[in-house]
Design a protein around this ligand. Structure first.
Ligand SMILES: [Cu+2]
Length: 173
């Protein structure tokens, strides 16, 4: 599978370091835990009610994982599998402009979740793509420590985890 890392996520990288400094969270009653594995999202609900909060648990002992959740435009009918395999230029037109609904980052070994974008709550109804863009084999601490920049953290690694099949879809009702 050929997947490129869309440049449109660039602003996220600058937020990651800030979030890492002050990450703290409390989970309410409507929280669903998604498990990140090498390389898939497990326990990802197919549907949730608006107002549901997602959190991320990393089952890996070596890979950092993130859960980038992106609202899919209502007129778009293709599956997330089709969308993540589109050429980069077409992905940019499909996914609505603006930041993702959330970006949660979970270090390997069960560390605390970092809420880089959003608070984990999905309030807007519709379909969402769920994707991990962390480079395969990247050093977790190097990724988290990367200085703010206009682009994704510039750390060594292979293709983004989405290229290994780490993506999914969730519908908010
Ligand atoms: Cu991942």
């Amino acid at each position: 599978m050929h997947v490129t890392k869309p440049r449109r996520w660039a602003p996220i990288a600058a937020l990651v370091t800030l979030a890492a400094l002050g990450a703290a969270c409390s989970d309410g009653d409507d929280t669903r835990t998604v498990t990140a594995a090498d390389y898939s999202f497990e326990n990802l609900p197919r549907e949730v009610d608006a107002g549901t909060t997602l959190t991320l648990k990393n089952a890996s002992t070596k890979e950092l994982h993130e859960m980038v959740v992106i609202r899919i435009p209502d007129a778009e009918r293709r599956s997330v599998q089709e969308l993540v395999n589109l050429p980069e230029s077409q992905q940019e037109t499909v996914f609505a402009p603006g930041p993702p609904a959330m970006v949660l980052i979970a270090p390997p070994g069960g560390g605390d979740v970092i809420k880089a974008v959003g608070d984990g709550t999905l309030n807007e109804k519709g379909r969402y793509a769920v994707v991990c863009f962390v480079p395969t084999g990247a050093d977790p601490q190097a990724y988290l420590n990367a200085p703010p920049s206009d682009g994704p953290p510039n750390v060594a690694g292979g293709p983004p985890h989405v290229a290994n099949g780490m993506f999914g879809e969730i519908t908010v009702k």
